[in-house]
Design a binder for this molecule. Structure first.
Ligand code: NAD
Length: 485
């Protein structure tokens, strides 16, 4: 991308000059790229607006991914319209309220002051330069990809697509979704007969552009700023890649261009499968270590001092969240089309899915040491969220453990500062309220499922009869009351 003569001419100047040179150089390099790409007028116009951040961006699906993305775009100066079928979310945003714990109302208000609006009216999509889809991709009851949200969104978007618009899918999915599902639905439902720009010669008219760019957010991780997480971008063809990369370079420090939507789709799955498999590995080694009387957390910390070739992963009570427990199965499902069995994914799934049962068994053993049966025991579970310091309980192992303990006759209560109440979800109907963290001696067992930072673990151990710790939250506390599992 860089032009050697420009690089040479900017040497030895002041930092201010360098910054403006850098901007000029970037603009020129895109022009150079545009030249190479032979951009038609409709794409050149969009590119210029994206580069100047004057483009109008529609974000569809204002959940954990779409809302923060909308705020980042608005902060950078883009004119952002959020779309959702959930009228309550739209009403909240229009009133300057937030419905995600870690996003404050003042951030919504600041975005609104910069022009951010939310709507349920998809007709407003036709005004947008780019449309980004951030809708859910869960599994069905039979552990198969449920692409109904992507398909329904594509059907709702199709009639409003306009020539030259860019459509980007961010939802995690198997390689091939953009080309095999999204594009055909957008083309079939498009009343103007527009087609996705095909690979090869650039059309002057009658096309829109399509790319895939996976979301890489790590909820609760405060060690890296969101804008510093590089954004992988793969277009259906080169113009879409360039448009989407330019859009994301407006809000992220770096866009990583890859050669196709399939590569971008697979990149996200590789990242999550890597986590899933490594977590399964340490979960399995944890169970062995418990039998051997070895502290697996101490082992991992010691191994992590190796400056190369080892990345620490930590055991826990089972996988949770919208990504790690789900995404790998998108690939194993797709692999069957190629007569391929993804054995690592299946094995990791088997190990990780057995962890809640291991926790329930550990609670039973801990009660046993107190001459108590599970049947009739009062258990206080600390943490409903699937990981610490977040307000997300999707696929949380706490939900499964509650079920398992109840099946054996235990009375289960919970405390979680992020969930005053837990009602009904896709896979649960609990109707429970968070119990105040007091009189801990009344419980037969306190079970730490989520290691929220706000808990005072020393006090919890001190005041409880017995504590089962699934997260090493009581690290450094010496007490016979603690059962690490
Ligand atoms: N949450 C994460 O940390 C995370 C991280 C990386 C990737 N992802 C991926 O991003 C995607 C979105 O996840 P999320 O966590 O934001 O989901 P979410 O459930 O929090 O939000 C999705 C939003 O889409 C809306 N929606 C559903 N169908 C719609 C439709 N037809 N039209 C308009 N809006 C519709 C829902 O009302 C909801 O507000 C998923 O594919 C997920 O795997 C999520």
């Amino acid at each position: 991308m860089s032009n050697p003569s420009q690089a040479k001419s900017s040497q030895g100047k002041s930092s201010k000059t360098k910054t403006s040179k850098a901007k000029t150089s970037k603009a020129k390099s895109i022009q150079a790229n545009s030249g190479k790409l032979n951009l038609p007028r409709i794409a050149r116009q969009r590119l210029a607006r994206l580069e100047a951040r004057t483009a109008r961006i529609g974000v569809i699906g204002l959940g954990y991914v779409g809302l923060p993305l909308s705020l980042l775009l608005a902060e950078a100066g883009f004119k952002v319209t959020g779309f959702d079928i959930d009228a309550k979310k739209v009403d909240d945003l229009e009133a300057g309220r937030s419905y995600i714990f870690r996003i404050e109302a003042k951030e919504i208000k600041a975005a609104r002051a910069k022009g951010f609006t939310a709507t349920t009216e998809f007709a407003r999509l036709s005004d947008q330069d780019a449309i980004i889809l951030c809708v859910p991709t869960p599994l069905t009851a039979h552990h198969e990809p449920d692409l109904s949200f992507v398909e329904n969104t594509a059907k709702a978007v199709a009639p409003w697509i306009r020539e030259g618009q860019l459509v980007v899918l961010e939802s995690t999915t198997y390689p091939g979704t953009t080309e095999e599902l999204l594009i055909p639905v957008l083309e079939a439902g498009n009343t103007q007969g527009l087609k996705a720009q095909a690979k090869g010669a650039a059309a002057e008219h009658g096309v829109f552009y399509v790319a895939f760019s996976p979301e890489r957010e790590d909820p609760g991780n405060v060690t890296v700023a969101r804008r510093d997480i590089p954004k992988v971008v793969g277009g259906h063809e080169a113009i879409a890649t360039e448009l989407a990369a330019t859009l994301y370079e407006g809000i992220f420090t770096r866009a990583v261009r890859v050669s196709s939507t399939r590569v971008a789709e697979m990149t996200k799955l590789l990242e999550n499968i890597y986590r899933c498999v490594n977590i399964a590995l340490v979960n399995e080694l944890k169970i062995l270590s418990l039998r051997m009387g070895v502290d697996i957390w101490e082992v991992i910390d010691a191994a992590a001092t190796k400056p190369f070739g080892f990345q620490p992963f930590y055991p826990g009570p089972g996988l949770g969240g919208h990504c790690i427990p789900i995404d790998p199965f998108y690939l194993s499902w797709k692999a069957k089309e190629y007569d391929f069995n993804t054995r690592f994914i299946e094995l990791a799934g088997e190990v990780n899915e057995a962890m809640p049962a291991h926790v329930a068994q550990s609670v039973a053993q801990a009660l046993n040491t107190q001459k108590k049966a599970m049947n009739g025991a009062r258990i206080l579970m600390l943490g409903m969220a699937y990981k610490k310091d977040i307000d997300d309980l999707r696929e949380s192992p706490s939900l499964t453990v509650i079920e398992l303990l109840r099946e054996q006759g235990a009375e289960v209560l919970y405390n979680d500062p992020y969930f005053p109440a837990v009602g009904r979800g896709r896979h649960y109907n609990l109707n429970m309220r968070s119990t105040p963290l007091e009189n801990l001696e009344q419980y037969d067992c306190v079970l730490i499922m989520t290691d929220h930072t706000d808990y005072d673990y020393a006090a919890i151990v001190d005041l409880s009869r017995i504590v089962v710790d699934t997260r090493n939250a009581t690290k450094g506390i010496a007490s016979e009351k603690i059962v690490r599992c």
